[in-house]
Design a protein around this ligand. Structure first.
Ligand code: DAH
Length: 341
């Protein structure tokens, strides 16, 4: 082979070899192999001295062209590698919105999700399904269908965020009870977690945005014993086997009878400590037997069916379980806070 053919062969070799260069490091090796001081092109061109004076200009020109061709292969490949490295980085750094519970680094859950998952697990284990409802709901679903008197103070503008006269930001998850009963025949057995809103001043224990978990069971022959057994089991699963529950009579418009439930303090076991304000008991939820008016309003025969309902504050339960002393920490998105869970 004369030098002209050898030059052509080197360019062809480079054109093939460049296709398998995948990284910046391989590209450096490629350059050294073809264009380096001891690269094959330089080594070949050292043979110029043996050429006749007539031959030299042509081979010199072909040598320069070969160098330029290989330089241009290298620069195209560099752009290609950079593009691919950027794509890789973007796809590995992208937030996976199909995993809303997981924050930035694997293994960290927002504490509200941590406790919500635990509570969902307990109720799913008892055969409950998860129901969902919108954060903007009707005044009818949030108040009227729940038997709330027209002059109930919670309806006032100073307690509730209204969107229009008929629409509001739900003040509780209880309207999901109405939606569920209107759309389904008994037996019904659901919990419904979600965000709620009330016109509250923000401080360490109050937030205008907070979370509740609603529960609803409707079937034939449901009694207060079912309600008590269910919530007692729930409390033992969530706070520990030694937990005791206490049902105190209370008033809610949508249940009759109604009660508030306290659990024995899981920190001190009932002795009295800072957590339970030295009472030995901690209030965790409201509950009761679904009012017949509510059943009828939602198209369920109250002669045939009965049910119970409950609603608990997720933020408060999470604060108790994880000894978080300021509700604002949940919503400030400080990654140092999230990373503790
Ligand atoms: N919705 C009530 C509240 O926000 C909580 C509640 C109490 C829900 C009793 C219920 C219930 O389902 O039966 O204060």
């Amino acid at each position: 082979m004369d030098m002209e053919d050898k030059l052509k062969a080197i360019v062809t070799e480079a054109e093939t070899a460049i296709e398998s260069v995948e990284s910046s490091r391989e590209l450096d090796d490629f350059r050294v192999h073809f264009l380096g001081k001891k690269g094959i092109l330089k080594e070949l061109m050292k043979g110029m001295g043996r050429l006749s004076v007539e031959e030299r200009p042509l081979i010199g020109k072909l040598g320069n062209e070969a160098t330029q061709r290989i330089e241009s292969l290298i620069s195209q490949r560099r752009d290609w590698i950079r593009g691919r490295e950027l794509e890789d980085r973007l796809s590995s750094e992208a937030l996976d919105i199909t995993m809303p519970g997981e924050i930035f680094e694997k293994g960290h859950l927002h504490p509200l999700n941590l406790v919500l998952d635990e509570i969902k697990g307990i109720f799913i284990g008892m055969g409950y399904k998860i129901a969902e409802g919108p954060e903007v709901d009707t005044v009818y679903n949030n108040f009227d269908a729940l038997n709330s008197p027209k002059d109930h103070p919670s309806r006032s503008l100073s307690d509730t965020f209204y969107i229009t006269e008929d629409l509001l930001l739900r003040t509780q998850t209880s309207p999901v009870q109405v939606r569920t009963m209107m759309a389904n025949d008994p037996p019904i057995k659901v919990i419904s977690p979600g965000r709620c809103f009330r016109y509250d001043e923000l401080d360490a224990t109050h937030s205008p945005m907070f979370h509740q978990i609603e529960g609803l069971v409707v079937d034939e022959h449901i009694t207060m014993a079912d309600l008590k057994g269910t919530l007692d089991l729930f409390a033992k699963r969530l706070f520990g086997e030694a937990t005791q529950t206490k049902f105190r009579p209370h008033y809610f418009p949508f249940t009759e009878p109604s009660a508030e439930v306290d659990v024995s303090c899981f920190k001190c076991g009932g002795e009295g400590c800072r957590f339970c304000s030295y009472s030995g008991w901690i209030e965790i939820l409201g509950c009761g037997m679904v009012h017949p008016h509510v059943l009828e309003e939602c198209g369920i025969d109250s002669e045939k069916y009965s049910g119970f309902a409950f609603g608990m504050g997720l933020d408060r339960i999470t604060m108790l379980k994880h000894e978080i002393d300021d509700i604002r920490l949940f919503f400030e998105n400080d990654i140092r806070f999230i990373k503790q869970f």
